[in-house]
Write a protein that binds this ligand. Structure first.
Ligand code: ADP
Ligand code: MG
Length: 272
């Protein structure tokens, strides 16, 4: 199989949106879990100093001694930072608050925007036996050097967008940044898709936002929308993806559908 093939490059998807609270981390954890459940081998890289992806996957301080801070600072390799999670097939490169300082530490380095890209390239060489097939990068809520590192390392951007009034405004700013990264740092970067999160069918505004985003972004918008679901918001405090917490809830089912859509798009891209 492709997953078992030697030297296969993982697909590197970055979850980006400079707004906080739109579902980046929730989508990283649960899309990652759903992909692993389908048989992919997945690595989540936590690039947010808040470390919500690490906490949400139940990774305690003791397992964060080598973190993405050390990787970006050049003090450790990416494989050295990786820890297993409660989900079979899902691994994590955790983050800690140290990551807040790395931007200043590397600000004057020529390769400052390429640190993560180089680290992921080193990963491929290390993973000859059973390589990761997907790498998901969870970004902080800002278009800072951490997010630029993620966009420079990625094949494609997956944009979680909350169904609320100012959603489109933030989206155009992000698209401008993606365009800038493409022309200066990573010419192969594409938009994988926009995933609408926290959708509430009883809210008329939600419906209007969905219509506007679909008109603006066309078929870049995934058919799957993630509903607002209390089980999704409860799961992180148990240190579990919602798929392990309550597989039957609407949130879990939506993330499983999103994973199969992501895989379908990947197949279509490869066939093209
Ligand atoms: P970001 O990483 O973009 O800042 P999060 O993924 O942390 O956003 O989500 C923000 C908050 O919204 C969190 O408390 C999370 O649990 C909650 N949340 C995310 N998605 C859903 C959902 N589908 N239903 C209910 N709550 C959600
Ligand atoms: Mg987050």
């Amino acid at each position: 199989s492709e997953a078992g093939a030697r030297g296969v490059k993982p697909r590197i998807l970055v979850l980006a949106n400079q707004k906080g609270g739109v579902g980046k981390t929730t989508t990283a954890i649960n899309l990652g879990t759903a992909l692993a459940a389908i048989g992919e081998k997945v690595l989540i890289i936590d690039l947010d100093p808040q470390g919500n992806a690490s906490t949400g996957l139940g990774i305690d301080r003791k397992s964060r001694q080598v973190s993405t801070y050390h990787v970006l600072a050049g003090e450790a390799s990416l494989p050295e930072s990786i820890t297993e999670t409660v989900v079979p097939g899902l691994w994590l490169a955790p983050s800690t608050l140290d990551l807040l300082g790395v931007e200043l530490e590397i600000a004057n380095e020529r390769d400052r925007a390429h640190r993560l890209r180089a680290a992921i390239q080193g990963l491929a060489a290390d993973q000859v036996k059973e390589p990761f097939t997907y790498v998901l990068i969870d970004c902080p809520p800002s278009l800072n050097l951490l997010t630029i590192n993620a966009l420079t390392a990625a094949d494609a951007v997956l944009v979680p967008l909350q169904c609320e009034f100012f959603a489109l405004e933030g989206l155009s700013q992000l698209l401008t940044t993606v365009e800038q990264v493409r022309s200066a740092l990573n010419p192969d970067l594409t938009i994988h898709g926009v995933v609408l999160t926290m959708f509430d069918p009883r809210n008329n505004l939600s419906g209007q936002v969905v219509a506007d985003v679909r008109e603006f972004m066309g078929d870049k918008v995934y058919e799957t929308m993630i509903p607002r679901n209390v089980r999704v918001s409860e799961a992180p405090s148990h240190g579990k993806p919602v798929l392990l917490y309550d597989i039957k809830c609407t949130g879990s089912q939506a993330y499983l559908r999103l994973a199969s859509e992501v895989i379908q798009r990947e197949r279509a891209l490869r066939a093209a």
